[in-house]
Write a protein that binds this ligand. Sequence first.
Ligand code: ASP
Length: 584
Amino acid sequence: MYRSHNCGELRAADANKEVKLAGWVQKSRDKGFMIWVDLRDRYGITQLIFDEARTDATIMQQAKSLGREFVIQVTGTVIERESKNANIPTGDIEVLVTELSILNEAQVPPFTIEDETDGGEDIRMKYRYLDIRRNPVKNNLLFRHNVTQEVRNYLSSLDFCEVETPYLIKSTPEGARDFVVPSRMNPGQFYALPQSPQTFKQLLMVAGMDRYFQIVKCFRDEDLRADRQPEFTQIDCEMSFIEQEDILQVFEGLTRHLLKKIHDIDIDAFPRMTFDEAMRRFGNDKPDIRFGMEFGELNRVAQHKDFGIFNTAELVVGIAVPGAASYTRKQIDELIDWVKRPQIGASGMVYCKCESDGSFKSSVDKFFDQEDLKKWASATGAQTGDLILVLSGPAFKTRTQLSALRMELANRLGLRKPNEFSPLWVIDFPLLEWDEETGRYHAMHHPFTSPKKEDIHLLDTDPGKVRANAYDLVLNGNEIGGGSIRIHDKETQALMFKHLGFTEEQAQEQFGFLMNAFQYGAPPHGGLAFGLDRLTAILGGQETIRDFIAFPKNNAGRDVMIDAPAAIDSAQLEELNIDLRASK
Ligand code: ASP
């Protein structure tokens, strides 16, 4: 037996017990006649004591040789400490060591294994197994385990069955590029890693599994944006014989269950907002509603004066920044520069201060009088002391820019409180989205999403107007889940493929298996998927998903610990029928 207890469990009540512990040397203090060692494992830290007067001389000698992160095993007696440490749960006791064995020595770690480490991101990723020894990372992994466990409990209690679906599949066009895997046994052919188990979960519904879930890895070969991972985890779900309302209820229930179990927070029915409303009020289909600064549209009150920029704009829209009327010219200029950065792309910004005496001071006083500006204030909900910021231009673009500004200001003003949770559903997403690059419509969610019955007739005349039975669950300004009611008949699915620009042959070749399945009794069905990494990070009060993944990839998609991706040798290439020279 290596240990009778772990390093986090001994208390004063255990005094005089003989115990065996094993773990890593966090640190040691050598006073010559007395040596203290902090012994650490996943569960905590226990102080060991070696005392010349009470400890065997050879053990004393051995104890002096212990370095940081040595793996040791000790036998000893629990004694109550004279000076107690209230900061750790085992702080009332220490273990007087009678036997010590060094199980493994360790090199000096490249960074300190402390909550606040001296190691930068790169070095910690390279030695992630040492990073995970640190409390913040270890605790995040334990936290993730709890979230996952609660998800499994909740869904299992509602008869959801976890089914594994294959990782080696065929490309499905879901927006991103596929990672492909060459097949040795089928020369010249490739598997693709799933971007999600979408078609399989639908086939499980045709198969009569009724309620499916899976905590599953998904793979998307996207250009890497900050805090995206090429492989990530979904809580993937599908249900039969349901309508949108049933799905919203079940997964609102799941989210509520998690918030209750993890934070002991009760949340009422989640607000619902249509996509159009979210865009109008927040310029964003995943609005953070923990704070105000809602959009005020100013077309009616700001156009038809002599200010040409507004008059020619499709949309004039503003927000009221609380308490910011006191901003200096320099601070406002900085904000103007911020929205003019290429990432945001505004061409300029108008402002109006709501002064404490009830008057208004704007950057366009030449064109607008006090009465006009008062209307701006009422449209944006601005109070005395607020600063109104106004952008104008094409509607979608302008909303997106103002949304970015709203989020930036909320971050700066500390309005995005990590321990406050405001979920909502965004519903009625458009079915199709125009893609400038390819000059055609794409499925906004995916090609299996059903259009709203009442909008189907618009498919031929005004495809951009067709709404889908699609929904997203948004939490604190992040999309944490999304899904839809699916098409479940061959004809509608074929119609959808046609509108997405597939020829009949292409549709048959890529999705024949699904359309064939629909001919064998497909039940009405729908579902959704949560992004587990992000959900966990947000529930953990953080926004970086990397901190909740044991072995994440870096921003260039590399695993710097194992050094992947990497070249493979020519024999392997040959076996796979891949000739790198041929492609050059
Ligand atoms: N497969 C979808 C996704 O990955 C989720 C769903 O529609 O259920 O976003």
